[in-house]
Design a protein around this ligand. Structure first.
Ligand code: PHE
Length: 370
């Protein structure tokens, strides 16, 4: 560009000559066409179309140096040249963008069918799920959940439950004692000591459900384990009768094994209830048919037609007295059942060890409840 005040010789302004412009456009086209990717294309545009040093940009600056009468023509020529270069750029830009997009689609494709490398989340143990379900049945009837220690004092585990130290029923419990042997402490052999704690701790009336782990010195086999779960229930109020026990357990049994099943109470003995009974529920598999028609054997109830699910009875007045409750005014019922046993019957589990082995394949069919 001429310096200010310099006289311009139009013949020196070559940049706007049709030939020069055509050459600049041709060079721009060439460079744009050769650009292999979007970065190269951007560089070609800077060098030939838009950048401060691009010949077409420099040429435009020369317009002012032309004699006035030539400027319009030169301006039109320059515009046309620039439009041509720009069009070449636009075309190549569209091509390269499409190519890039196609590449991205291929390279960044996500195969949603590939196995995911995600970590499995833990699942609830089938016994925990069952315990929660059963507890919920009682909570819905207005019961509170009560818990107690697994290392329990002899007084709570036996004595307050009407089992004095020389009571013969104690020997049936295969008790595990905590050292030293005169410590007076045992691993609780049932959840019934929680009844005692509830009666001592809570204002009357008491309606509690007590799930928990219990221990007995049993040799492990397919159906016995030294550690097992129980679910205990206790209701102490004015005017409680055996009919309340019966009705409550019927609701419970149907929730556990299915609606429409009958229950029955068979006379039994527990030191802490009087009268005492075993609770049977009609077999959910054969609905009692196997007992009526011996030709249709039932594996679930061994053709008994009934399944035993727990012990129960009216709270013995001695138990009420031991906890300071007046048996003349209050009465109550209690029941207790084994959780593993209920789960084994309900889900046809043959081996109690499956519950403690920790093999996730055992728990999976019960469903993942987190
Ligand atoms: N505690 C008894 C047992 O472990 C079960 C039971 C509880 C029976 C409450 C009657 C009432 O065998």
């Amino acid at each position: 560009m001429p310096a200010p005040g310099e006289t311009v010789d139009p013949s020196r302004v070559h940049a706007l000559d049709p030939d020069q412009l055509a050459a600049a456009v041709a060079a721009a086209r060439e460079s744009i066409r050769a650009a292999a990717d979007l970065d190269a294309l951007a560089a070609a545009r800077t060098a030939h179309v838009q950048g401060a040093a691009a010949p077409l940009v420099l040429a435009r600056r020369e317009l002012g140096a032309l004699p006035r009468e030539e400027r319009a023509d030169a301006g039109r020529r320059h515009n046309a040249a620039r439009a041509e270069a720009q069009a070449a750029y636009d075309t190549r830009l569209a091509e390269l963008t499409a190519e890039r997009d196609a590449c991205v689609l291929v390279e960044e494709r996500v195969d949603v069918t590939l196995p995911a490398a995600r970590r499995r989340r833990g699942a609830r143990h089938p016994l925990s799920s069952l315990s929660d379900r059963l507890v919920d049945v009682f909570v819905a009837m207005g019961y509170e959940v009560a818990e107690g220690p697994e290392v329990e004092h002899d007084w709570f585990n036996f004595e307050a439950l009407n089992m004095a130290p020389d009571h013969p029923a104690r020997s049936e419990h295969d008790t595990l004692y905590v050292e030293p042997t005169d410590s007076g402490r045992v691993l609780r052999t049932h959840t019934s000591p929680v009844q005692i704690r509830a009666l001592l701790d809570r204002p009357l009336p008491v309606y509690v459900v007590c799930p928990g782990r219990t221990y007995r010195n049993d040799t492990i086999d397919a159906t016995h384990s030294p550690v097992f779960g129980q679910l205990e229930g206790l209701a102490v109020d004015e005017g409680i009768t055996m009919a309340d026990l019966r009705g409550t357990l019927e609701v419970f049994a149907q929730e556990l094994f299915g609606s429409g099943l009958s229950t029955r109470l068979r006379p039994s003995f527990f030191p802490f209830t009087e009268p005492s009974a075993e609770l049977d529920v009609q077999c959910f598999a054969c609905r009692g048919e196997a007992a009526r028609q011996p030709r249709q054997p039932c594996r679930v109830c061994s053709d008994e037609g009934w399944i035993e699910i727990g012990g129960c009875g009216m709270v013995d007045p001695n138990v009420l007295r031991a906890t300071g409750v007046d048996p003349a005014r209050y009465s109550g019922f209690a029941f207790g059942m084994g959780l593993e046993r209920a789960a084994m019957i309900r889900h046809d589990v043959r081996e109690i060890r499956d519950f403690v082995d920790g093999d996730v394949r055992f728990g999976l069919p019960f469903g993942i409840e987190v």
